[in-house]
Design a protein around this ligand. Sequence first.
Ligand SMILES: [Zn+2]
Length: 241
Amino acid sequence: MKLRETSLNMKANGQLRRDLEQNADEILHKVESIGDAHLMSDLETPLRKDAFELSPEEKVNRIEEKFADILQILGLDLSDDSLSGTPRRVAKMYVNEIFQGLLPENKPQAKLFDNKYRYGQMLLEKNITVHTYCEHHLVPIIGKAHVAYISSGKVIGLSKINRLVRYFAKRPQVQERLTEQIGAELKNALQTEDVAVYIDAEHMCVATRGVEDASSNTITVHYSGKFKEEAYRNEFLKMIS
Ligand SMILES: [Zn+2]
């Protein structure tokens, strides 16, 4: 009996291994056929190809119409003074404020300066305000970002770090992607791998609906280059605590 079970197990394991190998081959094949675009698309906000065909003004007009429909379907009387301007207010807020980071032209230009002082230690920009919107419920995620880098010879204007965080936050987001987008952009802008990003945020979709847990926070991190080493990471964590 035992022998039979063992041989059945071995058969099952063999099949499992073949399945896994086949899966791995298929995945590898898919990744190869899609190329780098696939790897990038994991990091990028999923946008349609025609995302920028409508002007911001046209987008406001179209969203206003649709949002009026939503409120009417909910049964609200849009002829009421207090509600009559709501569809347009929401449309303007979406396009010009809270989702303005979808528009590439709103991306801040990261101007670099020579690191004349030869400052070779960690630079930490702490407690950067994060106001973003969960892309699953379109309600706020509110928190702080702490961003550090070690100069590779260039330095960036400090407020540019805050502006980059803000740019990627002004989109429908998931916190994991926001963290990775900030990390990737800083590495690119600063021409260094030595970047750390730490975001601690409260999700209104967790706090005010669903499980209604108003006391939990979500922490996400991105460590690359020297920050993968324990000593640098610990120093960073000590500085932000
Ligand atoms: Zn959500």
